[in-house]
Ligand binder design. Structure first.
Ligand SMILES: [Zn+2]
Ligand SMILES: [Zn+2]
Length: 255
């Protein structure tokens, strides 16, 4: 098994350590076929993407040769309606739209969003488990409303009905991410991998590297794939199996 794609990387545009060029050089050195940069989106509390940085990043990507680079963004789901924090113009320009649940999201809290963001973000596993159905509905709304390409670290700090979300992902041509950093701490991910496969899910690998020395490193994902007998024709970023992402140009939120 050879990992020749990595579809979740952070750069200096958010909280990553390296530039696009430095990541690209490392990807070339490792003879990878494609990578995606997916910096944190607009409401992340610490370092995040902006319209200006996004434009500059596109220019930087256009100036790099030797490896295919997708410009993505890692969106935060910010409320009970499944709203994400990426302006329409950026969604339309992004090559890859990745969504996930994150703590430390700055926003004007709506009454119910406290439950989603704070309970999942900061309360105990026991409290979070009570939100499984609630969280699942929110993820399904996000998938319905936006041209999502990848669901990042599903289940990490935010319990969901894996099979139900995976089924919707399969229907909407969305990849479920195998995230090197979080594959083992997403509660229930391993127990539900069979159910996700049965639901028709396809998977994509992402290191979630914030430094170039972690780019393309998939020790945990590799072991996971072997242990759980995941059919490799369902896994993108491995053995030349490359993902395709939605054409989002002209996309406009109709709500
Ligand atoms: Zn993330
Ligand atoms: Zn990330």
């Amino acid at each position: 098994m050879r990992f020749d794609g990595d579809f979740h990387l952070h750069t200096k545009a958010s909280d990553g350590h390296d530039s696009v060029r430095e990541l690209a050089q490392e990807a070339c050195r490792m003879d990878m076929r494609a990578i995606a940069v997916s910096d944190h989106s607009f409401s992340s509390l610490f370092c995040h993407q902006t319209e200006e940085k996004f434009r500059a990043q596109r220019e930087e990507i256009d100036g790099v040769e030797g490896v295919k680079i997708y410009q993505g963004i890692e969106a935060n789901i910010v409320d009970d309606e499944g709203t994400i924090d990426v302006p329409d113009g950026i969604i339309a320009k992004a090559d890859v739209l990745t969504v996930g649940f994150h703590r430390f999201v700055a926003l004007m809290f709506k009454p119910c969003s406290r439950k989603f963001l704070l309970v999942n973000g900061f309360l105990s596993e026991r409290e979070r488990q009570k939100l499984k159905e609630f969280n699942t509905r929110i993820f399904l709304k996000t998938l319905e409303r936006y041209p999502v390409d990848i669901v990042a670290h599903l289940g990490h700090r935010c319990p969901v009905d894996y099979a139900r979300v995976a089924e919707e992902c399969a229907k909407r041509d969305v990849y479920v991410e195998l995230n090197e950093k979080h594959i083992l701490d997403a509660n229930g991910f391993a127990d539900n991998i069979g159910a996700m496969i049965d639901a028709g899910a396809k998977f994509v690998v992402g290191s979630d590297a914030h430094r170039k020395d972690r780019l393309g490193k998939f020790e945990k994902v590799g072991k996971f794939l072997t242990e759980h007998n995941v059919p490799l024709d369902r896994v993108y970023g491995v053995d030349g199996n490359m993902p395709a992402f939605k054409d989002k140009s002209g996309w406009k939120n109709e709500l």
